[in-house]
Design a protein around this ligand. Structure first.
Ligand code: PMP
Length: 445
């Protein structure tokens, strides 16, 4: 068989002598079929150093809502770069972007800018603890809120783990019961019962409003409303981590889509279409603690001028023509989701396709788990990760780049023609690895 990735393999080998593990983020080590090296991207397409072209559904793991190298965003960024890269001081652009976010996101009365989602989450947790005078943070199993010590717990806890936080990394501070508790998502009873015992110790409940980091699970009807009401009752702050859903599900994020007003929100990724930018947003009375300097928040690169310029340009496009971008995402995403279901059904293999048009999950159930709906972390363990990894490699061979964890990101640059081409690759890849797998399992039964 021809190796389509010889240059990537060679660069990885070279990189391993200077970069730890050959990569700059641990998750990239797990890319399939190999950690690839890229030359360039444009629109929906990405080109690797071996000369392979891909329709890209990784999209920088979320930021590229308008696709690679959107001309308007690049022009705005370059114009700013020639006027200065970093001032570490005020500039009018940051006011423009703050004003746009305050106007577009109803819960955002005040904002602060940062660079990564992880640090913005860190800031929001600090603010919540300061405001409430309480220490305990509640998160949900299977959710990811960045790689920092205070919250990197229980993304993939062992099955059967309880409320204690399970550290994801060696070297992390051990999870203390008084600092972090982990509950199952989409489970009103679990939250109600935990809060009836510990409600008055909890500073904040942090949640992805759609569980994008595990199987893109939607909240059950009324679940977010329930979280809103019960947190208010106990004086707990509700934090929405909208790093993925922000400016993707709607111009007002998941909170706009579901009509819930959290106390604090975190945005990142799509806000600047690929330039580094994160946002803490929320109630004015909370941000008064930052405004007065009682709660520390800083950063040399906060409100980085080129990233702000990219953000202003991106939101300008997203707002244009009555949300034309979102209508397009809806149309192409729905066609893609339905097309994948349809192809799998025709070929007689089970597939799970769930989520939203602009961010959805594809997975294959473990044999025997075909009828178990994925509603939380526990039920997400019923998918066959090894089989999906083989599918991801086959898709790359067939010209489509997807994330091994199963989430597919869509951009406004993707067209219905891209969808058709992608579905042909899906059909080919199903035939190559998925059909033989299930028929082997079936005949072994
Ligand atoms: N929160 C969520 C929901 C995320 O998906 C991520 C990153 N994937 C983060 C926070 C961390 O953001 P960053 O990688 O920019 O630090």
């Amino acid at each position: 068989m021809i190796d389509r990735y010889t240059q990537s393999r060679a660069l990885l080998k070279r990189a391993e002598k200077s970069l730890a593990g050959g990569v700059s983020s641990n998750v990239r080590r797990g890319d399939k079929p190999v950690p690839m090296y890229f030359d360039s991207g444009t629109g929906s397409r990405l080109f690797d150093v071996d000369g392979n072209e891909y329709i890209d559904y990784v999209l920088g793991r979320g930021p590229l809502i308008l696709g690679h190298t959107n001309a308007e965003v690049i022009e705005a960024t370059c114009r700013q770069l020639w006027m200065g890269q970093v001032y570490a001081a005020q500039h009018e652009g940051e006011i423009k972007l703050a004003e746009a976010i305050v106007r577009l996101v109803p819960s955002a009365e005040r904002v602060r800018f940062g660079i990564s989602g992880s640090e913005a989450v860190h800031g929001a947790l600090r603010l919540a603890r300061a405001f409430t005078g309480r220490e305990l943070i509640v998160k949900f199993a299977g959710q990811y809120h960045g790689w920092l010590d205070n919250i990197l717990y229980s993304l993939s806890p062992p099955p059967g783990a309880g409320e204690e936080g399970v550290a994801e990394s060696r070297g992390q501070f051990p999870a203390r019961e008084s600092h972090i508790a982990v509950l199952p998502w989409n489970d009103t009873e679990a939250v109600g019962s935990y809060l009836s015992k510990h409600g008055h110790q909890i500073a904040a409940i942090i949640t992805e409003p759609v569980m994008c980091n595990t199987a893109v699970i939607e909240p059950k009807p009324g679940y977010l409303q329930f979280l809103r009401e019960i947190t208010s009752r106990y004086g707990i702050l509700l934090i929405f981590d909208e790093v993925i859903t922000g400016f993707r599900l709607s111009i007002a994020g998941a909170q706009g889509h579901y009509g819930i007003r959290p106390d604090l929100s975190i945005f990142g990724k799509a806000v600047a279409n690929g330039l580094p930018m994160s946002v803490m947003a929320g109630r004015e009375d909370l941000f008064a603690l930052i405004a007065s300097g009682q709660v520390g928040h800083g950063g040399t690169y906060n409100s980085l001028p080129p990233a702000i310029a990219a953000g202003v340009a991106t939101l300008g496009i997203l707002e244009r023509n009555d949300g034309e971008v979102y209508q397009k995402l809806q149309e192409t995403g729905t066609a893609l989701m339905e097309g994948i279901r349809d192809r799998a059904a025709k070929m007689g293999v089970p597939v799970i396709v769930q989520g939203h048009a602009s961010i959805f999950f594809v997975g294959f159930p473990l044999p025997g788990k075909e009828r178990v709906p994925i509603v939380d972390y526990k039920t997400s363990l019923g998918t066959d990760n090894d089989l999906y990894a083989h599918f991801v490699s086959a898709m790359a061979d067939n010209g489509v780049r997807i994330i091994p964890r199963g989430n597919w990101f869509l951009s406004a640059a993707h067209t219905l023609a891209d969808v058709e081409e992608t579905l042909a690759a899906v059909e080919e890849s199903l035939a190559q690895v998925v059909v033989p797998y299930y028929s082997a399992v079936g005949s072994a039964r």
